[in-house]
Design a protein around this ligand. Sequence first.
Ligand code: BG6
Length: 485
Amino acid sequence: MTSPSEKLLLFGATGDLSQRMLLPSLYGLAAEGLLPSELAIVGTARTGHDDAAFRGFVEQALRRFVPAERLDERALGGFLARVGYVPVDASKEGDFAALAEKVGATDRGLSIFLSTAPSLFGATIDGLAKAGLAGEGVRIGLEKPLGYDMASSREINDAVGSVFPEERIFRIDHYLGKETVQNLLALRFANGLFEPLWREGGIDHVQITVSETVGLEGRVGFYDGAGALRDMVQNHILQLLALVAMEPPARFDAAAVRDEKVKVFRSLRPIDRTTAVSHSVIGQYGPGAVAGGPVPGYVEELGRPSDTETFVALKANIDNWRWKGVPFYLRTGKRLPSRQSEIFIQFRGVPHSIFDGRGAALQPNKLIIRLQPDENVRLLLMAKEPGLDRDGIRLREVPLDISMPNAFADSRRRIAYERLLLDLVEGDQTLFVRRDEVEAQWAWVDAIRDGWAANAMKPKTYMAGTWGPSAAIALTERDGVTWHD
Ligand code: BG6
């Protein structure tokens, strides 16, 4: 049985993620009385703030990133009173001693949120352990990037694992904190309707798209050399795929859910040297227009030539009984025409059309689970157009729409990190990624990269504001499938 932590230690507290997501999430939870009432929050980073300066910094971030209607002056004052700060340079052992002194005893529970450059990982874990900040009451949340391939990910996992047992390691994939992603589990496992069809025999193919309109956004140093496969597919897209494809877990708990997800990752057919060319497409955006305005190309933003892919499309197969012969088409990219994350399920058509002789064409049913920006579930069904049918019967696809914000108008839409920070503080690992999952994800992704290298595949240029290189269209069209844009 885990109990809530009494303290929260936030590494990277002055960074972008902290300002935009973590601090607003913590404020939101605190304002609603959802954080343990005694929870003290200690921020740390290299910046030389003291408590007062950091509080000023936090206040500024909250005023900027929390919507005005949710910023309550009393709640803000209460939140700032919880917050303190210690500067830490991870390369200096002495700094960790000062941190430990500020944090104080950890036996009543400390949660650490660590988002740091991979190069500082080892030193930080070491510093925490030496300063006594890794004892039994301490859990650690780890934000990506946790390595850039299997070898570096193992190194990080070994370093953390030598100090924290797996039950106290919370690897973050912020997609799992999204309400709509969790809703996928409700859709599949709280309804009897879909399960009998949710397999080969019932489903023709699945598409998962996570498209973004943004470009590099000042993340040049990180993104170049990482690329879309490592930045988005290795984690977020594979997690979505696992939730779509996994067998029903016996319970909604950390062990059962993660056991089922890892089986999916291990059943992914490798895309390797022999199939990389036929099963993957990579692209890099050139100059173009997004949302009506001109934008520069990737190399122009970067200021030098680069082979980093900003777009990837894959044809994945899951080699198990349920998914035999059902392709999963995956794609993600920057500078695409719209920001949308969705899962598109195309069911198989009816085995025989009774309307053939009456001129009506049938479309197979489709289920579209839109994760963002709008959250809705849409089922496309065939219906008869009203009329006397003298010229034949006309059938048309009509949508059955559920808009989540409308269906649950009373609930506030939350930032994914609110859920994840609260689960970390309360010690629930269900929505965090286990080591065996991460390694199975990397094994699949590394084979793809190896396939690209072996075939000297380079990203093809696509115009910013389009759906990637034309080869991505050919990838599905070859199978008679059209991307759902
Ligand atoms: C991050 C990636 O993990 O996810 C970013 O590093 C990407 O490149 C972001 O923009 C997308 O997250 P969201 O929640 O905006 O879909």
